[in-house]
Design a protein around this ligand. Structure first.
Ligand code: ADP
Ligand code: MG
Length: 359
């Protein structure tokens, strides 16, 4: 069942020569109870799409449906939708409990109901012990929890979250990512989460929509997006990728024989219904390649070794093409990667790791 359906939505700011299409014919369906993420670089239209769903702004064309009803022109307070902003926008002179109850007061709910609901929300975000503190006297992470509780208190059907974690430091951000997942699970409310951070999107989402320049390029599960990027932008934006130029001889059973510039041949998988011919780009994730002392499908010179604790990234300059290639290897305890800068190395690519990109 779909909670939200966005159909052919356009949003143009300004007019004439100065017109900017912030959203260029966007369509997407967001399922009930799902943790859905809009992911893309700054300026791609994420906030604009969220504001249209919230009702803070109206589309230039297209429809937005909530459980089958067109709500594109409904004012915000008539939508069963709530928003958590990056800035939290809490009232500093009010207590934690008063902040959480604020939306319910505005809706003129009975006192007893407000009290019960606030207590429930305090428990949900584990803030009972700070109920009567002013929000100016709690930490950033605690303010974040209060902002979440306040937005969840009126029981919206959909919660919109616009980069809510970007103001937090790394440790706290990791903690709040898990907290947000738990809250979504526990409440069953549909979350539409916005981030420019691909790692955050991969770790938190049921499904992700990757956006660029006002368009949605791909919608899928984290593993779909990571393992089967629809095009070059998605492959490049999500994780690290090696791009290799190859010539394709023909496709058989979803696999193509790709001849690289070095003359080496590798088998690369091809998406259904796609018939690459001639020159194409083949992508290989760094963790699907391995350095070997002898001959691999590729060979090159080690240029840089970057240690990350759990793994090591080895940057190589490929023989015969001068392209950069990155290999990521898991680290064994207290062992180096076995190569040194300036050394020649073979690169072995695991079966089915290479893919022909749809450009
Ligand atoms: P994101 O949230 O992904 O960073 P936005 O949705 O804020 O992107 O912006 C998308 C594009 O629309 C940008 O080019 C931005 O400059 C433009 N834009 C957003 N809001 C307005 C506005 N109120 N007036 C004019 N241009 C706007
Ligand atoms: Mg934004």
């Amino acid at each position: 069942k779909n909670a939200i359906e966005v159909r052919d939505v356009r949003k143009v700011f300004g007019s004439g020569e100065a017109a900017v299409a912030a959203l260029d014919t966007v369509s997407v369906s967001i399922r009930e109870n799902e943790f859905f993420t809009l992911l893309g670089p700054s300026g791609c239209g994420k906030t604009t799409l969220l504001r249209l769903i919230a009702g803070f702004d109206y589309p230039s064309a297209g429809e937005i449906q909530l459980y089958g009803d067109n709500i594109a022109l409904l004012p915000p307070f008539k939508r069963p939708v709530n928003t958590v902003f990056q800035s939290y926008a809490l009232f500093p002179h009010m207590t934690v409990a008063q902040n959480i109850g604020f939306g319910l007061e505005m809706l003129r709910k009975p006192k007893a109901e407000i009290k019960a609901r606030v207590a429930e929300m305090l428990k949900l975000v584990r803030m009972e012990h700070l109920a009567s503190r002013r929000t100016s006297q709690i930490s950033g992470g605690q303010q974040q929890r209060v902002a979440l509780a306040r937005a969840l208190a009126p029981q919206p059907k959909v919660l919109l979250l616009d980069e809510p974690l970007s103001a937090l430091d790394y440790k706290l951000r990791k903690e709040m990512q898990i907290e947000l997942k738990r809250l979504q699970n526990q409440t069953g409310i549909t979350f539409i989460f916005v981030t420019h951070d691909q790692e955050e999107a991969l770790t938190m989402s049921d499904r992700i929509a990757v956006m660029s320049s006002g368009k949605i390029l791909q919608v899928g599960s984290p593993w779909d997006i990571y393992d089967k990027p629809a095009d070059r932008f998605v492959a490049d934006f999500i994780g690290e990728t090696n791009f290799l130029t190859a010539s394709i001889a023909g496709v058989e059973n979803g696999r193509a024989r790709a001849t690289l510039k070095s003359g080496a041949t590798i088998m690369a998988s091809v998406a259904d219904g796609f018939q690459p011919k001639g020159e194409a780009t083949v992508v290989v994730r760094p963790e699907h390649a391995k350095l070997v002392k002898g001959k691999g499908e590729l060979s090159g010179t080690v240029e840089n070794i970057v240690y990350f604790g759990t793994d090591t990234h080895i940057h190589l300059r490929l023989d015969g093409s001068d392209d950069l290639f990155i290999v990521r290897q898991q680290n064994a305890r207290s062992a180096s990667c076995g190569f040194e800068t300036g050394e020649k190395a073979g690169i072995s690519i695991s079966d089915d790791a290479a893919q022909v990109l749809r450009d």
